[in-house]
Design a protein around this ligand. Structure first.
Ligand code: ATP
Length: 651
């Protein structure tokens, strides 16, 4: 984006603009003219509006509505526009200018949506939507309301009760509610359920048992068992999901009453990306499966749902049959998708933590050992939060740190970081000297890749450790660390660091490619074979797959990756690097997501003051989904102050 572009948008009406339609307008502040936040796409939309008769202020509204979506919001809250992007005087004049424009639909109590939602911008309750995002949000809310109101075929929930084998009582705390059993109960009772939980809290464990109950109930009554689909937003997450489901089935085999063969054939042996599940591909944004041609499945389970953005969630909900079950698994505290909307977080935030209506409490009976707080939001009965991690036991510092970060408890975080632990090392500097030392160490670790002779060992090593950064660029960015490690390896193994390919180069695919079957987030390693040919190796469903470098979709070197990119992955050792200066992308959710990627050990490079700021800053997204689900009048949309402060980095 260039400054000139911004000035053009305001000061030089396009040749095609209907100049007579342009009313007098306030001056543009120097701050606006200097702004560097708008992308070419945002500006293009502004110019489009000018060509279609919008005055400069309305055109600016178009550009900012597009900017808000690029920041991860579903709409622009007019009273929260940073003055760096629009002067106070222009902000004061904007609502009236928008209301007077032929390109803007104003939704209020007098206008029904169906009459007017075809104009490119929608203004509702002080929020400005690109029409498509308004449609996604209203449609998703409508679909979730329908699914929430649907009553699936009743299933006997006795099997879930304590002592009946499926969900064991906690020996240390026999009177405590087993939230896994409650989650399974909610998913049996409703057509829409969210099971939220941090790493290793047993989301998959719960789902496998739930599927067992559903399949056994059908088989016992000589009915056809439900048709089940497993899906996830990325290929990698889908592969992990299948692995966990298989493991869950194996684990249940210890139970003498479990006939694995009988159940297994009704549980899918693969999971698909949401793109694949819905039949999205090519240039069209309309999936093959949609409201007119719904998915054939009776149960659709989606893992890593925090990564699903608003458009994809709307398409998914549209494609679910009204009598089918949609179950979302994810971690409510994790970063939301980079794209617009934090659908899972918003649903969970409005539901509260394990608060149910009195109706659900009565139905759950003794599954709830004590009555939880009553709730009124319609989402409450549809969200269950699992709280005990089996991966991080009470002694795990990573688990304790995750809990302290989530609670925003800076003191507890500092105490944990300052003490000696086997599984956590804290470096209180992330300046150039500290990062140079880190890169020296990492080059030592990764030398094994350059010396590897077989792809299995090399790929296994890649799964063991990773450096996660908050940002892509700058001294503590993933690009800089990748280049620094490559240079060190080049010196040691005598290759040109500028060369694209070398023996041992790890790469991560950056977009889904159905031709090769490689997906965004897939990690591979380049190795020369005995004939001197370089191939890039990836793990596939049926073993290793080798590709010519030229056949790969867009990819990056991946000794280090951003935390955003690491969502859905886990490593034995994670090294987390925050920049030594503050940037808005540093949020509690980012830090939590990064540290919970570590299974066994965690190293953190961060200045203490930056850590404090990071833990204190929350991701806020402007999104009206929960209000639309609950409200008879969705006009009353509330926005917190400073909502546009924390901008996710585009990656
Ligand atoms: N109630 C339980 N009793 C015994 N083991 C359990 C229980 N719940 C989960 N586990 C075990 O804990 C481990 C993690 O469980 P699971 O994979 O289901 O968690 P998850 O929440 O799906 O994790 P992730 O976030 O990594 O996807 C598994 O080995 C599982 O068998």
């Amino acid at each position: 984006m260039s400054d000139t572009g911004m000035n053009d948008l305001f000061d030089t009406p396009s040749a095609n603009a209907a100049s007579t339609a342009v009313p007098s307008e306030p001056d543009v502040s120097p701050a606006e003219a200097e702004d560097a936040a708008l992308s070419d796409l945002d500006l293009a939309l502004g110019y489009w509006a000018r060509r279609h008769g919008a005055d400069r202020l309305v055109a600016r509204g178009f550009a900012l509505a597009s900017w808000a979506v690029a920041q991860g919001h579903t709409c622009l809250a007019l009273d929260q526009i940073p003055t760096a992007l629009m002067s106070a005087a222009n902000q004061a004049a904007l609502p009236d200018a928008l209301a007077a424009s032929d390109l803007v639909t104003v939704l209020n109590a007098d206008k029904t949506e169906s009459e007017t939602t075809t104009r490119p911008l929608i203004l509702e309750a002080g929020r400005l939507y690109l029409q498509r995002y308004h449609a996604y949000e209203t449609r998703l809310a409508e679909r979730l309301r329908t699914l929430m109101a649907a009553e699936p075929n009743p299933v006997n929930v006795d099997a879930l009760k304590p002592g009946n084998g499926l969900f064991a009582t906690d020996a240390a705390n026999p009177n405590a509610t087993n939230w896994q059993a409650v989650a399974a109960f909610a998913a049996l009772r409703h057509c829409f359920t969210v099971i939220s939980g941090g790493p290793g809290t047993g989301k998959t464990y719960t789902i496998v048992r739930l599927l067992r109950v559903l399949v056994e109930a059908a088989l016992d009554q000589d009915k056809t068992p439900p048709l089940v689909a497993l899906a996830a937003p990325t290929g990698k997450a889908a592969a992990r999901m299948v692995e966990s489901v298989r493991k869950g089935l194996d684990d249940m085999s210890a139970d003498a009453t479990f006939d694995k063969q009988r159940i297994e054939e009704h549980i899918p042996q693969n999971a698909r990306t949401l793109h694949r599940l819905l039949g999205l591909g090519g240039a069209t944004t309309r999936p093959r499966f949609n409201a007119d041609n719904p998915l054939p499945y009776d149960v659709v389970i989606v893992d890593e749902a925090s990564m699903v953005d608003l458009p994809m969630m709307a398409k998914l909900a549209d494609a679910i049959r009204n009598d089918a079950r949609l179950i979302l698994l994810g971690d409510r505290y994790q970063l939301a998708s980079v794209e617009s909307g934090s659908v899972l977080a918003e649903i969970c935030a409005n539901a509260g933590v394990n608060r149910f209506t009195t109706d659900q409490q009565a139905a759950a009976g003794d599954l709830l050992s004590e009555a939880p707080e009553s709730a009124t939001h319609p989402l409450a009965d549809h969200v269950v939060t699992l709280q005990t991690s089996r991966r991080f036991n009470a002694n795990s510092t990573i688990g304790q740190l995750a809990a302290a970060v989530n609670a925003g408890d800076v003191e507890a975080v500092q105490t944990l970081l300052d003490a000696d632990h086997d599984d956590l090392v804290y470096h209180d500097q992330s300046n150039a000297a500290a990062l140079n030392k880190l890169m020296d160490q990492l080059a030592e670790d990764y030398a094994a890749l350059c010396e590897a002779s077989d792809p299995t060992t090399a790929l296994a090593q890649l799964g063991k450790q990773c450096v996660l950064t908050a940002v892509r660029q700058g001294p503590a960015g993933s690009e800089t660390l990748n280049a620094g490690i490559t240079e060190r390896l080049a010196r040691r193994f005598d290759f040109n660091p500028a060369t694209a390919w070398y023996h041992g180069r790890p790469v991560m695919v950056r977009r889904n490619d159905y031709r090769t079957g490689l997906f965004n987030g897939d990690v591979g390693v380049a190795l020369y074979n005995e004939s001197g040919q370089l191939r890039v190796w990836f793990e596939g469903d049926n073993g290793l797959r080798a590709f010519l470098p030229s056949a790969l979709p867009t990819h990056d070197t991946v000794y280090a990756m951003t935390i955003h990119k690491s969502q859905g992955s886990e490593f034995d050792l994670v090294t987390l690097v925050l920049p030594e200066y503050d940037v808005p992308v540093l949020t509690r959710e980012l830090f939590y997501t990064g540290l919970t990627r570590g299974r066994e050990r965690l190293a953190i490079f961060a200045e203490p003051n930056i850590l404090v700021r990071t833990i204190g800053r929350r991701v806020s997204r402007v999104c009206g989904l929960a209000n639309r689900i609950s409200a008879t009048n969705p006009i009353d949309l509330i926005v917190g102050a400073g909502i546009y402060d924390a901008r996710p980095e585009r990656i």
